[in-house]
Design a binder for this molecule. Sequence first.
Ligand code: 13P
Length: 254
Amino acid sequence: MADRPYIVGNWKMNGTRAMLSEARAIDRSSQRLMKVEVALAPPFTLIHAVHREVEQIGVGAQDCHAAEEGAYTGDISAAMVADAGAKFVILGHSERRENHGETNALLREKSAAALEAGMRVIMCCGETEETRDEGKAESFVTRQLKASLPENLENPADVLTVAYEPIWAIGTGRTPTVDDVASMHKAIRALLVDLYGEEQADEVRILYGGSVKPENAKELLSADEVGGALVGGASLTAESFLGIVLAAAEVQDQ
Ligand code: 13P
């Protein structure tokens, strides 16, 4: 696995310029925690401002359109978010799959657009509670991922991160057991090896997301094959987000 844990804050539809001070505080403290790679994905409207504000941490977008340009009112292309300062795009978040009807096929197109624009992709996947209860979580997630990921990727280790986010754990305060997380991440790793070959697939980080907090971060980040976290609610203040970054640094030291 890639050596540095990757902690990414997904601000979702939160934040105005008043929140730039949080980004600044996260950036300043991250400069003292170089063994962890830290990034924020603010809403589109703040990408440029956060990018200008920070020195150390990465800045990304939460979505992009699949087309290069054109008559798509209200949409934003990969080249546009890259121009604003985004170095990566989160794609396939369950909130977008659900609220915007995003299909695996569309996500494959979006990831190609993001890569073409020179950005990295964080591809999300995750099952509903019903699917988990039926014992089909791993088969569902690996199928979903296989259909969403870009095909014929030459250098996945450089451009791809996967985020496993069980839908029932997002914003609920509930998390899977460490064993369940490890088992899912192992299944995802096996899929990546199938798709891209062992050497490349081994270096792709697989993040866990869903109710990660400073209090549970160490345990979740210690699970086998967990290369970091995708954090929603707890990334909105520097205090809680840095608690998670610190936990990642501690796990790294173990
Ligand atoms: P929470 O951390 O708020 O559960 O959100 C997780 C998530 O969806 C990150 O993308």
